[in-house]
Design a binder for this molecule. Structure first.
Ligand code: MF3
Ligand code: CO
Length: 259
């Protein structure tokens, strides 16, 4: 037991009660259900705007609101990032075609709490490299989630992602990170997808984190397009993104955004 005062960063992490975590589970279930519907609708010939409209309709049906629309001026409910687009792709009349990969990032607010999750989908049949990128990125997310337990520190999560991704020759995007989530879309702490194990704040029951590896097939550098939102890989290599909102419990991780 140390009698030193807590680190300032630790102090500003908002812990949630079990009741609040149940509310967050509800918002995140809404996100998961809508992403599941996207999975069946995202096929060759469909536009990314049609997917956004569908997501909006499904939110309204559940009396939930978009977490993203209007956030810093973001114009849509869904982020649709295709191929070399990393995150924050804006839905448009772009038609999805066979062989594309599509990252869908989606957030909802319900009963005062946010939900946030992302998946990357193959559109029809995709290249072997694309398949491997999707698989490794999703595996990295689940390896990270396994680290979400009270005996661990924040960077154990980050390091698990980096280790897995780099062992497959892919690279971790540095310019965007995961985050705490709750009554706000973005809370403390930031959750990088790279780092040194054993560093960072100790994980505590009641912490709720959105863990979201963004992984490139080529180099880690990204740039922002003229629209001010869409992040793309500098070398135009493919990029994938998977995200879950997770609570730290005494017994380990509770994945709030899993159906
Ligand atoms: N999952 C992303 C995030 O946590 C989505 C934000 S999109 C925005 O930052 F439009 F809201 F910015
Ligand atoms: Co997020």
């Amino acid at each position: 037991m140390s009698s030193l005062p807590p680190l300032p960063e630790d102090e500003r992490i908002i812990l949630k009660s079990p009741q609040e975590i149940e509310k967050m589970r509800r918002s995140n279930q809404i996100v998961a259900e809508i992403l599941a519907e996207m999975k069946t609708s995202a096929r060759p010939g469909v536009t990314t705007r049609e997917l956004d409209e569908l997501a909006e309709a499904l939110l309204a049906k559940r009396k939930a609101h978009s977490a993203f629309k209007g956030y810093n001026g973001y114009p849509a409910a869904l982020c649709t990032s295709v191929n070399e687009e990393v995150v924050h792709g804006i839905p448009s009349n772009r038609v999805l075609k066979e062989g594309d990969i599509l990252s869908l990032d989606f957030g909802a607010i319900y009963d005062g709490f946010y939900g946030d999750a992302a998946i990357t989908l193959p559109i029809g049949s995709i290249s072997t490299e694309a398949e491997q990128l999707l698989r490794v990125t999703e595996e990295a997310l689940y390896l990270a989630i396994e680290q979400v337990r009270p005996e661990n520190r924040l960077m154990d999560i980050s390091a698990a992602i980096q280790r897995h991704v780099e062992s497959h020759g892919f690279s971790v995007v540095r310019d965007f990170v995961g985050h705490g989530i709750g009554k706000h879309l973005h809370e403390k702490p930031q959750v990088p997808n790279f780092g040194i194990p054993g560093r960072g704040v100790r994980l505590k029951p009641g912490m709720t984190l959105a863990i979201e590896p963004m992984i490139n097939a080529g180099g880690c550098e990204v740039m922002i397009r003229e629209d001010g939102w869409t992040a793309v890989t500098k070398d135009r290599s493919l990029s994938a993104h998977f995200e879950h909102s997770v609570a730290v419990t005494e017994n380990g991780p509770a994945i709030l955004s899993k159906l």
